[in-house]
Design a binder for this molecule. Structure first.
Ligand code: AMP
Ligand code: MG
Length: 345
């Protein structure tokens, strides 16, 4: 049959659908916000947003959360952790992709970024409601279990083995980035070319806001968890991800303890930085790099970022000085005069 010819049954079906189609064209579904992956997530598809698309995107986020979360009782990473010292565990394709990428960043940072830091993350309990400064002995025990080189990833068998009892993967530094890429892929396959995927501040800006018009993305005040935007930049088809000391933290005896832990000390990473923002075509890379660059500090962080094509960074230090990678010079707008851009060093 000529595909351009209407079969009568299709015509009737099309007519019956018309009122619904008409309404959904006239009024897009509002942006959707929900709590998933341990954080507040918003997806905004503007005029192209439909309830069905938002349903589908959030359903996928929940599946990825269950698979990749170290804190889920039943997920794939939880299964791998439960098999530590016992047996190789079948790993989902998603887990293998995220873990392999994480291990590449461990190599690139000489082990500063380490997805086997799970026992230490659990011990500190930051953001898990069990925060405390652990005794030195317990820190040492948790550190002894870490070590990314020990992880046995068998791509052929599709398994992951953690060889010591008590070892524990934590993909929290990279999972949201991967999830944002996955949602963008899903939405692209449904014909979406423009929108914002915001997974707790891990932003992926799909396409442009409007033809010829980039998105404006803000960088939040890294001195407080409720801060507004202190800088902004324009992006198209980029992910913008920040790691900083005010995302998850607690205070004890006047000291601030945040959630990015240094495997060489067992304590929250301490250097000149308040935050690092990465701008990159891939969100998984932006997420892994923001945590990695934070751990390495400004100089070594800038060097790491320079190895990745089309990837830029903004480093904010404790004196509110701001350093950017070369490709961003002149492209960051300070909205708050306390933040001083060092564009020329
Ligand atoms: P992010 O907010 O992306 O910078 O990731 C921080 C999260 O990554 C923490 O909440 C931990 O779950 C995990 N994490 C902490 N320290 C490290 C580390 N040195 N390497 C890899 N992941 C880490
Ligand atoms: Mg990260």
């Amino acid at each position: 049959m000529n595909p351009n010819q209407f079969h009568p049954v299709f015509t009737i079906a099309a007519l019956a659908l018309m009122p619904t189609v008409g309404v959904s064209c006239a009024r897009p579904a509002p942006p959707r916000t929900d709590f998933v992956m341990g954080t507040v997530c918003t997806i905004n598809l503007g005029k192209k947003g439909t309830e069905k698309l938002y349903d589908e995107a959030f359903a996928r986020l929940r599946v990825l959360d269950a698979l990749l979360s170290a804190n889920s009782e039943t997920g794939n990473v939880a299964e791998i952790n439960a098999g530590a010292g016992l047996k190789p565990v079948r790993a989902a394709e998603e887990t293998l992709t995220v873990l392999s990428t994480a291990l590449e960043f461990s190599e690139a940072t000489n082990g500063a970024f380490d997805p086997t830091i799970g026992p230490l993350v659990k011990l500190w309990g930051i953001g898990l409601g069990s925060e405390r400064v652990p005794p030195r002995g317990e820190i040492d025990q948790a550190l002894a279990l870490a070590g990314y080189r020990k992880v046995d990833v068998n791509r052929t068998a599709g398994t992951v083995y953690l060889p010591e009892p008590g070892m524990r993967l934590d993909l929290g530094a990279i999972a949201k980035g991967y999830a944002a890429d996955e949602i963008a892929r899903l939405l692209s396959s449904r014909g979406i070319t423009s929108g914002i995927i915001d997974l707790g501040g891990n932003i992926l800006a799909m396409g442009e806001k409007a033809p010829g018009k980039p998105w404006t993305v803000g960088i939040r005040d890294p001195q407080t968890s409720q801060g507004g935007a202190v800088m902004s930049l324009q992006v198209a088809n980029r992910s913008v991800v920040t790691s900083g000391i005010y995302e998850r933290f607690f205070e004890e005896n006047g000291r601030h303890y945040h959630h990015i832990l240094d495997p060489s000390t067992g304590f929250p990473a301490e250097n000149e930085l308040l935050s690092v923002t990465i701008i990159s075509p891939q969100s998984i890379q932006a997420d892994a790099l923001s945590t990695s660059a934070f751990l390495l500090g400004t100089e070594r962080g800038l060097e790491l970022v320079s190895r990745y094509p089309d990837t830029e960074a903004v480093f904010v230090d404790r004196d509110l000085g701001v350093r950017t990678s070369e490709g961003l010079r002149g492209r960051v707008t300070a909205l708050d005069p306390r933040f001083v851009l060092h564009d020329d060093d």
